[in-house]
Design a protein around this ligand. Structure first.
Ligand code: NAD
Length: 489
């Protein structure tokens, strides 16, 4: 029987007359029937959320002593960890990825974020100072951080549980109410998360879950509601731009984590075993659907053939579409719609003068997976730097490879994009690593690896990759308002 996924509006599970089907990108089967939230449901979630965060009932959450609130979050975190298998199962069903990936990348790692943020909140310092003011007055000021109110958390589909946890955890910890809108492609793990919240001691109105789409649906209803005090969004640059415009009305804060077209630089002194291991993950992990994935590799001419030969071999032998494979493997893209976009970009390679040394098309299995949204891991060469495959984000398992001759040229190639999210620098020369990293305009540079990430470390994007910072203390600061109180003494 297909699951029915409903909205959780301030403690009540609410169905809708309007539903949509969530289909598996693994084999096209229906995973769930999802109830699309109406304008009224979204408005109720926001209005009730305001009451317990900064409104008349703030004593129930926003004004609750920190220690008491964090004890509730700790207890919730323990409950969530007991449901990790269900959370993993939900993400596997929605995305078609393997258990290996869902367990290693999100799973408990995501669930643990609630406890981590609660522990971090304790260490936020309240600043204070005595001072000599104007006209001889003596004063003492102290600054605390107050909840902003209602935080709209709008998530993409690529790592659903992790994305939701990264936004919901800091919001709740700081005493806000959070209205979570997961992607229409991945409604399931957010629903399990909501089930656990509903059973916990987190007050009903402090969290709501609304399902639906963007324009004309839950996403737009949420961002346009003037009682939403801040919006944390991860997704495409175009969507982020639209949301920023809406948020300008009422001066609501936005934190936008957006797209990328990340470059890796492989220098002549790189350790090629490390490069191949890292680039296998950076180009193809999660079928290329991680914002930090590498889509461009620039390789010193002296190592170019070696790199290309080894990466071609990797791409041609990746395990595809085995949910139970316990090692590196990839699943499908998230949907047929997304595969159409990636395929369209693959089809520009020949037109723009390049060729594939691996992949370039849709794999054939001869079984149910042929109804899925699979694509081959693909490596293209011979393209000019202004080719569409080189310029546009694919968000799929694709790699453009080109040679360079000098360090300056490599830096210029990496920076020749409107995006500025991540990079990998492959070199055994420590001076070079530290010389090159600050010259690449990105929020995160990895040296001799990719995506070993402390989830509490700062996350930001330059240029079209985002606005504002998240991660650890920065996330806690985004969802709270500093308030200074000055006393005459
Ligand atoms: P998307 O922008 O299409 O959708 C993201 C979310 O926004 C979804 O929940 C969607 O329903 C909602 N939405 C769409 N239009 C809206 C609107 N007008 N108002 C309010 N909500 C709206 O992105 P996606 O396809 O889900 O995700 C892929 C993108 O996310 C890629 O570009 C990828 O690079 C980016 N991403 C970035 C990071 C990062 O940390 N920088 C992390 C993961 C993914």
């Amino acid at each position: 029987m297909t699951k029915e996924l409903k909205n959780l509006i301030a403690g009540k599970w609410v169905g809708s007359e309007k539903t949509f089907e969530k289909r598996s990108p693994f084999n096209g089967e229906v995973v769930a029937t999802v109830h699309e939230a109406t304008q009224e449901m979204v408005d109720e979630a926001v209005t009730k959320g305001r009451e317990v965060s900064i409104g008349a009932r703030a004593n129930e959450w926003g004004n609750m002593p920190l220690k008491q609130r964090l004890a509730i979050i700790h207890d919730f975190s323990d409950r969530l960890l007991k449901r990790v298998d269900d959370l993993v199962e939900a993400d596997v069903a929605d995305t078609g990825r393997s258990y290996w990936q869902a367990c290693n990348f999100d799973g408990a790692r995501a669930a643990n974020l609630f406890r981590a943020y609660a522990d971090l909140a304790v260490s936020l310092e309240n600043r204070s100072k005595t001072f000599q003011g104007e006209m001889g007055f003596q004063g003492l000021w102290y600054t605390t951080r107050r909840p902003k109110g209602v935080i709209a958390a709008i998530c993409p589909w690529n790592v659903p549980l992790l994305m939701a946890s990264m936004k919901v955890a800091p919001g709740l910890v700081m005493g806000n109410s959070v209205v979570l809108k997961p992607s229409e492609e991945t409604p399931s793990s957010a629903t399990v998360l909501a089930e656990v919240i509903a059973e916990s001691d987190i007050p009903d109105s402090a969290f709501s879950l609304v399902h639906g789409f963007g324009v004309g649906s839950a996403g737009a209803f949420l961002t346009a509601n003037p009682k939403v005090d801040a919006i944390t969004f991860t997704g495409e640059t175009g969507t982020g731009t639209a949301i920023m415009k809406v948020a300008a009305d009422g001066m609501r804060g936005v934190s936008l984590e957006l797209g990328g077209k990340n470059a890796s630089l492989v220098f002549e002194d790189a350790d090629m075993d490390k490069v191949v291991e890292g680039t296998t993950r950076s180009a193809f992990f999660n079928c290329g659907q991680i914002c930090f994935c590498t889509e461009r590799a620039y390789v010193h001419r002296s190592r170019y053939d070696e790199f290309l030969e080894r990466m071609t071999e990797v791409a041609n032998n990746i395990v595809i579409g085995d949910k139970n494979h316990d090692g590196f493997n990839i699943g499908p893209l998230v949907s047929h719609g997304h595969r159409d976009k990636v395929k369209e970009l693959l089809d520009t390679v020949k037109e723009d003068g390049g060729e594939f040394v691996a992949g370039g098309g849709i794999p054939e299995f001869g079984d149910e997976r042929d109804n899925g949204a699979f694509i081959q891991p693909s490596i293209a060469v011979g393209l000019p730097e202004d080719a569409r495959f080189v310029k546009n984000e694919a968000f799929g398992p694709v790699l453009h490879v080109a040679p360079f001759d000098t360090e300056e040229e490599a830096i210029a190639l990496a920076n020749d994009t409107v995006y500025g999210l991540g990079t990998c620098i492959w070199t055994e020369n420590i001076s070079r690593a530290h010389r090159v990293a600050p010259r690449i305009r990105v929020g995160h540079a990895w040296v001799n690896s990719w995506q070993i990430r402390d989830l509490l470390s700062p996350l930001s994007g330059a240029g079209a990759s985002g606005l504002g910072e998240e991660g650890g203390k920065l996330s806690l600061e985004f969802v709270s308002q500093p308030q200074t109180v000055t006393v005459r003494i």
